[in-house]
Design a binder for this molecule. Structure first.
Ligand code: 5GP
Length: 113
């Protein structure tokens, strides 16, 4: 399966996922291979390949993804202990799934970058 289709199929409910939040614009679910006790992915409900595809027209999706990520950090009670938000873009970052997503990581002390 094309790796972009994994997230599209989660949205279409063809692949099961632990969906934690959904609204008209974004969906959040638990990462299948968590790198921290809290590891949540936030994706737009429409396809954007990666940060390089952000333009003036779709820019507001990023602020909404961030807003929902902060909200989820609070719901998961990692906002005081601390958390990290990551967006990988292309090969050198290790982006594996070609579908824009935010990682929210927390619940333990993360390695300093
Ligand atoms: P990337 O490396 O592209 O920034 O992150 C992709 C993330 O998607 C990885 O952390 C990986 O564990 C997660 N992932 C890959 N396949 C699935 C899946 O089928 N379901 C869920 N929930 N997460 C997935």
């Amino acid at each position: 399966m094309n790796k972009k289709n994994i997230f599209e199929n989660i949205l279409k409910k063809k692949i099961p996922a632990n969906i934690l939040y959904q609204d008209k614009k974004v969906t959040a679910f638990t990462d299948i291979s968590p790198k921290a006790p809290v590891h949540i992915l936030v994706i737009p409900n429409f396809f954007i390949k990666n940060l390089n595809e952000i333009n003036k027209k779709n820019l507001n999706i990023l602020s909404h993804m961030m807003y929902v990520s902060i909200k989820l950090a609070k719901i998961n009670n990692i906002h005081e202990s601390g958390y990290r938000i990551i967006i990988n873009c292309n090969k050198n970052s290790g982006q594996e799934i070609q579908y824009l997503h935010i990682h929210i990581l927390g619940g333990k002390k993360l390695k300093k970058i």
